[in-house]
Design a protein around this ligand. Sequence first.
Ligand SMILES: Cc1ncc(COP(=O)(O)O)c(C=O)c1O
Length: 393
Amino acid sequence: MREEGDSPQAVLEELARIVEKDVNRFAFRALGSMCPKPLPISEIAYLIGIESNVGDPGVWEGVARLEKEVVEDLGALLSNSKAVGAIVSGGTEANILALWAARNYMKRREVIVPASCHVSFYKAANLLGLRVIEAPLTSDYTVDVEFVRRNVTKETAAIVGIAGTTALGAVDPIEELSELAIEKGVYLHVDAAFGGMVLPFLKELGYEVPEFDFKLEGVCSITVDPHKMGLAPIPAGGILFRGEELVEPITFETPYLAGGGARSFTITGTRPGGPIAAVWVLLKVLGRRGYRELVRKCMMLTERLARGIEGEEGLELLMRPVMNIVGVRAKRISVKELSLRMRRLGWLLSEFPTHLRAVLMPHHTEELVEELLRDLKRAALKGYVELRAALKA
Ligand SMILES: Cc1ncc(COP(=O)(O)O)c(C=O)c1O
């Protein structure tokens, strides 16, 4: 820090120069992120709420009310308008909260997760001192329920199912996991960080969608992130619990707050009201029809990309997409090499050990998908001589 400050204009110009590259996250060649370009109106709402702290609900009664309404709406979307929950810093915090509640409620220290789970479960287990058992996947990239069944013991606090895996958007058989959870008397958490705001709308669009939410009696909590397919600005993760008794064991009183003592179960104390205002506005402005239409567009792009990959000799589609996530690899070169070449061609995709992932978002276009297909096809060519010739063509 310098002794004397610079002029605000100079500092803001420098700031703009530095973040210019970040803003390009939404430039047309980026398909690596699960967080889409937020709708502009949500950014206005974010700014309206920017000074508020929902961690002190006695002072910030307005945003506290907005959060209640948002939780009620997300709960209703996932078949439980009486769900208890919060808008938190992201899917990671939501998953940590779920396992924290499971550990304290069950008074046990073991969790069974699918091999496809997000890294946040390993963070949670590490923080909470939980032993992790990793369940393998079946050939359709969903969790092997029989393995889970065989490994539930008296030590098991929770089992986890994913509704929209990070790598491929696969949906675990949550119905079977729910029956298992009831039968064995264990906690079931569903990570629908991405899929929670896709699957209900896919169902309304007539897609065949497996049950994954609170309609299934064994489901105790659900992660559902508005900053993913809810189109909200970051940070807006979401956690919902079936009922108050599940959150009670992780609820703490903060007595000194200016607005009077308050009880909370989030990890952070001071919490931004801006993201909550943004989510509230989005749910109201878009409504079910708005989200449905956005999901319809994403699926149209997804199906075009998937069909294009299937029709291409040098490329392989990992699985038929369930939601707007596509996994692709090349038949003749490694994933690393394909990833490197795509990056050189100016694409931002996510690299997994078995494939590259593209997430199709509402701000993407058909032209973009055609260009992606063209470049995937070129990049998948075996030799550099072929590749160079294709690039010159
Ligand atoms: C299925 C799933 N759960 C949780 C997370 C973590 O979310 P966040 O990055 O918001 O913490 C992700 C992130 O991509 C995810 O795909």
